[in-house]
Write a protein that binds this ligand. Sequence first.
Ligand SMILES: [Zn+2]
Length: 249
Amino acid sequence: MSEIDDLRTRVAQACRVLGSLGLAKGATGHASARLPGTDRVFIRARGPGELGVRFTTMEQVVEVGLDGKLVRPNAQGLEAPLEVFIHTSIYKVRPDVYAVVHVHPLPVVLFTITNKPILPLYGAYDPASAKLAFKPIPTYPRSILCDTPERGDELAAAMGQSNCCMMKGHGISTAGNNVEDAALTAIHLTNLADVNYQARLLGDPEPIPKEEQEFFMREDLNPKAVNPGAAPQGREAALWRYYVSLTDG
Ligand SMILES: [Zn+2]
């Protein structure tokens, strides 16, 4: 398989995982990846006959430029999603980012609606998700579609150097070193929001202390990505295989 088809296959698989977990309902939501060393972006397309994010195939992953436009027309009539600018704007200002995910997970949207913070409420229960809230999670304050380059740039500015951004009354955008990484960040943020939601039903949730947060930032627990854009390794790869096994593959 060519490098590009491998990338398209991984983007489609990430979409199927996100759809199967309910982070992307129906046809809304998309993942993309940038071919390392280039500004070539491959993103889930919209078009006639589509069956939704949960059922994305690699044929439905198309190439767009950083202007958000299709690089070449296709016989199936596939088009870039309206919110392609979420992806292209992040790629433009974040050379460290090789993949972007945009989905609408309800537990996170509930927090953006109520202006309640998502807090790091636990440690060893699930450190990968808790650490997303060790610093305040940025929020894009508008609920409209990011369907112009200007709105994409606004979202990218709100996200800054973070790898996740909540979008008020809308959803989330995540970024990563590879598409599996960006998808896992979306899953982690959703899981964290879900625990925050349930904890608020029971009482007043209390974040874990700062020194315990620092424990989970140890280097051996947070290995740095080595190869830009390459598939994940180690524990992240194992977790991804688990989520893939929950889908049809
Ligand atoms: Zn959206």
